[in-house]
Design a protein around this ligand. Structure first.
Ligand code: PLP
Length: 402
């Protein structure tokens, strides 16, 4: 599979100009086929009995963990499958102990959902969340270093900002945090699938991402990477019968043994699966996620990054030529698949522009935090130069009327 052929895998590109993977991306046919196959199994129960059927459904998890592990250079044992970014963050918040007087740092331009799992706890538990300024929308390690002190325990960071696409220098954050034994939690939902992220090279403690944006996966399934040192150090966020090690006698034997007590001692799994705290899981999500990420792995991270950066170069040029102002920073190292712009005539005018683009079935969105943002364009590997031309021609026409 190469970039030129991959558009055919996305029927959602046929009737519209889709430039909004940062909201909810399009799924490839491979994911839909995988879910359809699973749907057939759910319709029919092809196994000898329903217990074996359930055990077979559980086997949908390892391929998803493997594809994610391949994508970010981790081991499958470091990957927990979760429902959403928010659920992953909640698990981290529940597992990482904070004491009275501790400090948590978060950038001023972050998506609100990043800090919410901690905001609700700070008054009760006595820690404090400090907001770090992000001048011109840049999340710089120097600003975090200035805000940090001996009480800083946790940094919450989206490696790509949702409203501008600013890509933080993750290696610098990882080095800073590791040197001070600060736990670094990375929300990578706007990052993975578009830009490379290698946990081997960049040893962060947690990476969390829902699958429905740049991974092109079905909604309701994502992943949490947990560094092995965190698996060893932390008590899991919650216990459930699926994050204990399989009963010593195996599930099949367990079901058929009358003397099994309801309560006894268990060993809990020693991998990131400790963070999978739910019961019978989102199996359609598992197979859809595995198929979507398999496609990304087949294309290759470098090919995808190069394609996105070429198209965003073109987008920068064409937006400027159309009279728009690009809000996102130009340096390639700080860029991602997201480019934000404004017509420069105020938020209301940008809102009207958005409606006029949507009227032409050109799908982008409008996003801000802390005064930064604008009309947000997402360029993914399935987008083409023609998509950029259609968008910017329309922007030029709208701008000419203002
Ligand atoms: C940076 C970031 N984190 C988290 C989310 C929400 O993710 P989820 O719905 O998977 O919890 C979003 C959604 O826009 C986002 O942009």
């Amino acid at each position: 599979m190469n970039i030129a052929d991959v558009r055919a895998c996305f029927p959602g590109l046929r009737q519209q100009t889709f430039l909004d993977a940062a909201c909810v991306s399009l799924m490839p046919v491979q994911a839909e086929e995988a879910m359809r196959r699973l749907g057939q199994d759910l319709l029919r129960c092809p196994a000898r009995d329903a217990s074996a059927h359930h055990i077979a459904l559980d086997r949908s998890a390892p391929p998803a963990r493997q594809e994610i592990a391949r994508l970010i250079g981790a081991r499958p044992d470091d990957i927990a499958l979760i429902e959403s970014t928010t659920q992953g963050l909640q698990a981290v918040a529940a597992a990482v102990p904070l004491r009275r007087g501790d400090k948590v740092l978060v950038g001023a331009t972050e998506f609100l959902g990043l800090a919410v799992p901690w905001i609700g706890r700070q008054a009760q538990e006595g820690f404090q969340i400090a907001t770090v300024p992000c001048p011109d929308g840049r999340l710089r390690i120097d600003d975090f270093a200035r805000a940090a002190d001996a009480t800083t325990r946790l940094i919450l960071l989206s490696s790509v900002q949702w409203s501008t696409g600013y890509r933080a220098d993750l290696a610098a954050f990882a080095e800073f945090a590791r040197a001070r034994d600060i736990v670094l939690v990375v929300d990578a939902i706007q990052h993975v699938g578009a830009m490379p992220l290698e946990v081997e090279q960049t040893p962060v403690d947690f990476v969390v991402a829902g699958g429905h944006k740049w991974l092109n996966a079905p909604v309701g399934r994502g992943f949490l990477y947990v560094h092995p040192r965190m698996v060893e150090r932390l008590t899991p966020p919650a216990w459930g019968y699926l994050n204990i090690a399989e009963p010593p006698e195996g599930w099949a034997e367990y079901f058929g043994t009358p003397t099994i007590p309801a309560v006894r001692d268990y060993d809990f799994v020693g991998t990131a699966r400790r963070f999978e705290v739910g019961g019978t899981a989102n199996y359609p999500g598992n197979v859809g996620l595995a198929a979507s990420v398999k496609l990304i792995n087949a294309l290759g991270r470098t090919t995808i990054e190069t394609h996105i950066l070429q198209l965003t170069d073109l987008l920068f040029d064409r937006l400027r030529a159309a009279g728009a102002t690009v809000v996102s920073v130009p340096e390639p190292a700080a860029r991602s698949g997201i480019v934000s712009f404004t017509l420069g005539d105020g938020v209301e005018r940008d809102r009207q522009c958005l409606q006029q683009l949507l009227d032409r079935r050109i799908l982008v969105s409008q996003r801000y935090t802390a005064g930064i943002g604008g009309l947000r364009v997402s360029i993914h590997f399935f987008n083409s130069a023609e998509d950029v031309e259609r968008l910017t021609t329309a922007v030029r026409e709208v701008k000419a009327k203002s």
